[in-house]
Design a protein around this ligand. Structure first.
Ligand SMILES: Cc1cc2nc3c(=O)[nH]c(=O)nc-3n(C[C@H](O)[C@H](O)[C@H](O)COP(=O)(O)O)c2cc1C
Length: 365
């Protein structure tokens, strides 16, 4: 099922790290290997998913013991699909914008415009220490990310690019070839929820990705970003994380959630929680991701249970449309058993979402 311009869009998390998307010892039929992931990408594009998001981790403190590099991995998924857009996460610091711009321009040429980038800003100090990268203060990390994005855009869209920033400098630089996508360049996503994240989104990003949250919590962020973006003459779309448990009955779905949490690995969840809480409180106003997360929330490491897409296809479809009503453009989804559940979502949930969207359009006309 292909989406229309105003339809809410769907992405899925690429399981390019081991352990699935929950820190739990529950049985998971999800694998981080390439054979599993290629089949998943093909299933996802057949089932109405427009985007896939690969993750960047150099080390992990919460399971995720093995991690494939996202740019290389994304390209492998693109080569095995025909429509899916794959968003590769990149961390300023280890990546320089000149390298990222060139890598992605090449992939964009090879895949006729299907690659995108998620600029993440770093939350895990231990990871930076492990690879000998200086650890900047929270808002400095965002200042660097913003320069990174400005540099990327400049390199991708202009010749003789000159830029004098605090973190990056370019002198009369012309990238050849430029990306295939000249409308105006590959899409730029960003992840994070703090004030600095929202401010950056309202100035430079095409997409703002945030952790799972209640409809009210999401609405507050959307209102803030859209107001600031309007003042800056900028447009930004919003994607929200959700761990989806769709089952024929609500009882079954709730039982799966309970089992995930009952079988959570407390040591791994607490190790992740310690690092994440530091990150959540690191922003000056204490509103970053994980600032208010409970143990149960942290079992899905981007607060994906909070969005509450857990229940029957009808309940989930209604909640997705409620997210759309407060300004959400995309749901970023994770599942316990990705292959089976991406197909179930495409067959059972997505048609209901499209039906409800049509009803809303008819009501508004
Ligand atoms: C949807 C989403 C995806 C993210 N992906 C990654 C990732 O792959 N690697 C990473 O190190 N951080 C990732 N992050 C973390 C953010 O870039 C950021 O460091 C974190 O949310 C803390 O920022 P904050 O204080 O602004 O909330 C992601 C965040 C979100 C919301």
């Amino acid at each position: 099922m292909s989406s229309k311009k105003d339809d809410i869009k769907f992405a899925y998390w690429v399981p390019n790290v081991s352990g699935g998307l929950v820190v739990s010892k529950i049985e998971q039929r999800t694998s981080w290997d390439i054979v599993y992931n290629i089949k998943l990408a093909q299933l996802a594009e057949q089932n109405g998913f427009e985007y896939a998001l690969s993750q960047i981790r150099f080390t992990a403190g919460y399971g995720a013991e093995f991690q494939h590099e996202p740019v290389a991995f994304s390209h492998a998924l693109l080569a095995a699909t025909t429509k899916l857009k794959v968003i590769a996460a990149i961390l300023p610091g280890p990546w320089n914008p000149a390298v990222a711009a060139k890598q992605l321009a090449t992939i964009d040429q090879l895949t006729k415009g299907r690659v995108a980038i998620n600029v993440v800003s770093g939350w895990f100090k231990g990871e930076f220490q492990a690879i000998g990268e200086p650890w900047l203060e929270h808002d400095e990390r965002y200042r660097r990310s913003e320069e990174f994005i400005r540099a990327l855009k400049g390199i991708w869209t202009t010749d003789n690019f000159t830029f004098k920033g605090d973190f990056y400098r370019f002198h009369d630089y012309t990238l050849k070839p430029k990306p295939y996508n000249t409308n105006p360049h590959p899409e730029i996503f960003q992840g994070g929820s703090s004030r600095a994240a929202r401010d950056m989104a309202s100035r430079v990003s095409d997409w703002y990705f945030t952790n799972g949250n209640t409809v009210e919590g999401i609405k507050a962020q959307v209102d803030d970003i859209r107001a600031k973006a309007a003042a800056n003459g900028h447009q930004v779309k919003v994607g929200v994380n959700a761990f989806i448990i769709a089952r024929d009955t609500e009882e079954e779905a709730r039982a799966v959630l309970k089992e995930i949490i009952d079988k959570a690995d407390p040591e791994a969840v607490n190790a992740f929680g310690d690092a994440a809480k530091q990150a959540g409180k690191a922003s000056p106003e204490g509103e970053g991701n994980w600032a208010k997360s409970t143990f149960e929330d942290l079992v899905q490491y981007n607060d994906g249970f909070k969005t509450n897409l857990i229940g029957t296809p009808q309940q989930i479809a209604e909640r997705i449309v409620a997210l759309k009503a407060v300004g959400v453009d995309l749901v970023l989804s994770a599942f316990l058993h990705f292959h089976e559940e991406v197909a179930y979502f495409g067959e059972k949930v997505l048609p209901l979402v499209r039906e409800l969207e049509q009803k809303q359009v008819a009501l508004a006309a």
